[in-house]
Design a protein around this ligand. Structure first.
Ligand code: ZN
Length: 269
């Protein structure tokens, strides 16, 4: 799947989940909390592809996410790809094939998802709002890059970086202080998990069972069979899937915000 589809799926899952919590469990979130959670989950849904590096020196290539902060994120992607490849070779069994690139390995596993979610929560607990502003800056940047792909491409990474910094600062100034922010860790973790599911419906698949060895293979790629798998960049992805995800997000957002707006104008439904 391409970057924008991943980001949209993260936003759609977070909004739908929030709507379900609001509707069935009476768990309400402020509009700011909802916006932050949605942006962080959309950003988190791009995070695993930070293992797809490009040409750092020529500022080219790499996944959508790797180009968010220009050469800086391209460099991070390069490091992430090499670490992933290292972990692949350190844990591979006799029937795992040789590889020369770490894409779709470590960052596309459940342990990685859990680690990233836990790490984010731990950072927020230890450093409070300062950790929050850093994480938000990074995640909002990824989300902008994913959700507003064409704008981000035209605007360039400097503008994307400045807009993310402004959005992170605004949130920092308006978010209640002196408490943990477990929802941010959850949103990052859910985003990563949604990314893995998104890659699972393509034919290359993901090593979702790692580190469970199966038939002397540690990195079994699980994906859909060729005939029904989603082709990257196909009409099914760009038109059908993205439209469905957008409609779902809008419906959930309306469902979440409409009752309080109606209440404000004293309209009974
Ligand atoms: Zn991926």
């Amino acid at each position: 799947m391409m970057g924008p589809s991943h980001a949209l799926s993260g936003a759609a899952v977070w909004l739908t989940g929030s709507w379900a919590l609001d509707h069935f469990a009476d768990y309400h979130q402020s509009p700011l909390a909802l916006a932050v959670g949605t942006a962080v989950c959309a950003g988190g849904a791009l995070f695993p592809d930070l293992d797809l590096s490009g040409k750092v020196t020529r500022n080219q290539g790499g996944a959508t996410v790797a180009r968010t902060f220009g050469v800086f994120s391209l460099f991070v992607a390069e490091v992430m790809e090499k670490i992933s490849l290292g972990v692949y070779y350190a844990t591979k069994l006799s029937r795992d094939p040789r590889r020369n690139n770490g894409h779709r390995t470590l960052t596309h596993t459940i342990p990685f998802t859990v680690l990233v979610g836990w790490g984010t929560t731990a950072l927020c607990t230890a450093y409070g709002k300062w950790a929050v502003v850093g994480i938000l800056f990074f995640m909002i940047g990824l989300a902008l890059r994913g959700l507003f792909d064409e704008w981000a491409e035209r605007a360039g990474w400097v503008i994307v970086t400045l807009v993310s910094a402004a959005a992170a600062w605004f949130t920092f100034a308006n978010l209640p202080g002196d408490r943990g922010y477990p929802m941010i860790g959850l949103a990052v973790g859910v985003g990563c998990f949604v990314h893995i599911l998104g890659d699972m419906i393509t034919k290359a698949g993901v090593p979702i069972l790692w580190p469970i060895p199966i038939k002397r293979r540690m990195w079994t790629m699980i994906g859909l069979p060729n005939s029904i798998a989603l082709r990257t960049g196909s009409k099914a992805e760009v038109v059908v899937l993205r439209t469905a995800l957008t409609v779902l997000s809008v419906l959930a957002a309306v469902g979440l915000v409409a009752p309080s707006v109606l209440q404000r104008f004293n309209i009974e439904v």
